[in-house]
Write a protein that binds this ligand. Structure first.
Ligand code: GDP
Ligand code: FO1
Ligand code: CA
Length: 329
């Protein structure tokens, strides 16, 4: 089957490894993974794409599994030097190996390559076993709007906007968001190949990624949600919430900010049933959330109860398998 996956960084990359394994079992072609670029930022003159890099490093087996982001075997000599110069952000680490990626990317962008052409180049170094695409070639970095405290850098409304990375890595999501914004999104369009992959897909999988700041920006790219709705392929989502809790990260804070409860059924309702103008045909929810299957079903989304802990490669591949089975592919 032709498979498209919508993905963020950690949950997205882990699930993608499972999809790759499940497709290998079936002797199927490579999946196309459409990755969130809302986390992207400019820092110390280089372009970072944290979710793209998380997926890239993870599929290549080059990720730091213990820390959850960046490269295995990383060193931080350049970062220490940047700190001495007072360059960059003191709370944000740019590892030496990771900086190699950012320098390569930024150099190619300056030579005139588009972001998706750069992703294609970065994909050539290691055999990834999937086809990576950024959601868009436009810069649509996610900003978190918070209530101001009277400082000069505030808007007239008394609100202040931080880049998502500052809100997360500096303040660890402790500043309550008023809303999330992606400046430039109205003028953005899906990256080349994204709409074609969706139109040609036999199944679209929504990874267990942050629904607000990973899947949210993907769906907000003009034309992308419409393409998903028009696709002949079923759309199967996997819950990032298990037993009413996020497994890691700050999706609970993000969900609360947009008025969605941190539960598997509330996230399914937030995505909505396709029959109802929403996204989903089916929703994988954890055994811990089995009692909310009826609620999901009542919304017009087919609930499928499975173990959803991506603890090892086999468990994750089984999850991906269940998602493919749900689509009948
Ligand atoms: P980020 O870009 O690094 O924040 O990663 P994603 O947005 O792709 O994924 C973050 C989400 O992954 C969080 O909301 C977690 O709850 C979810 N997640 C992490 N590990 C697991 C897991 O083992 N199972 C499930 N179902 N979700 C997980
Ligand atoms: N996360 C941190 O908590 N602290 C860091 O200093 C940090 C640096 C960093 C550099 C490059 C990169 O691609 C990711 C990095 N991350 C860091 C992870 C990143 O902030 C997030 O986990 C994701 O963007 C969350 O979606
Ligand atoms: Ca992310």
């Amino acid at each position: 089957p032709r498979v498209v996956v919508l993905a963020g960084g950690v949950g997205g990359s882990t699930f993608t490894v499972g999809v790759r394994a499940a497709l290998a079992r079936r002797g199927a072609p490579e999946a196309t993974v459409v990755v969130n670029t809302g986390d992207d930022l400019w820092l110390s003159g280089v372009r970072l794409q944290p979710d793209i890099d998380s997926v890239l490093y993870r599929l290549a087996g080059q990720n730091d599994a213990a820390r959850g982001w960046g490269r295995a075997g990383e060193t931080e000599r350049v970062n220490a030097e940047l700190q001495e110069w007072g360059a960059g952000w003191p709370w944000f680490t740019l590892g030496d190996l990771d900086l190699g990626t950012h320098l390569a990317r930024t150099g190619w962008l300056r030579e005139g390559l588009t972001p998706s052409e750069v992703v294609a180049r970065l994909s050539q170094r290691w055999p990834l076993g999937v086809h990576l695409l950024p959601m868009t070639d436009h810069e649509v970095d996610t900003h978190v709007v918070i209530a101001g405290d009277g400082d000069a850098d505030e808007r007239e409304s008394g609100e202040r906007a931080l880049h998502f990375q500052e809100w997360w890595t500096r303040y660890r999501a402790t500043l309550p968001p008023v809303r999330f914004e992606n400046p430039g999104m109205a003028a953005a369009s899906p990256a080349p190949g994204v709409l074609e992959a969706i139109a040609d897909a036999d199944v679209v999988l929504v990874a267990p990624s942050n629904p607000v700041v990973s899947i949210g920006p993907i769906l907000a790219v003009p034309g992308l949600r419409e393409a998903l709705r028009a696709a002949s392929a079923p759309v199967v989502g996997v819950s990032p919430i298990i037993g009413g809790r996020v497994v890691r990260g700050m999706a609970d804070v993000c969900l609360t900010a947009i008025g969605v409860e941190t539960s598997a059924s509330a996230v399914a309702a937030h995505y909505g049933a396709r029959a109802d103008g929403g996204l989903l045909d089916a929703w994988l929810l954890a055994e811990e959330d089995a009692d909310s299957a009826d609620e999901v079903s009542a919304r017009g989304i087919r609930p499928i109860v499975r173990p959803l802990w991506m603890t090892d490669a086999a468990a994750t591949a089984d999850m991906a398998d269940a998602a493919l089975d749900a689509a009948g592919v």
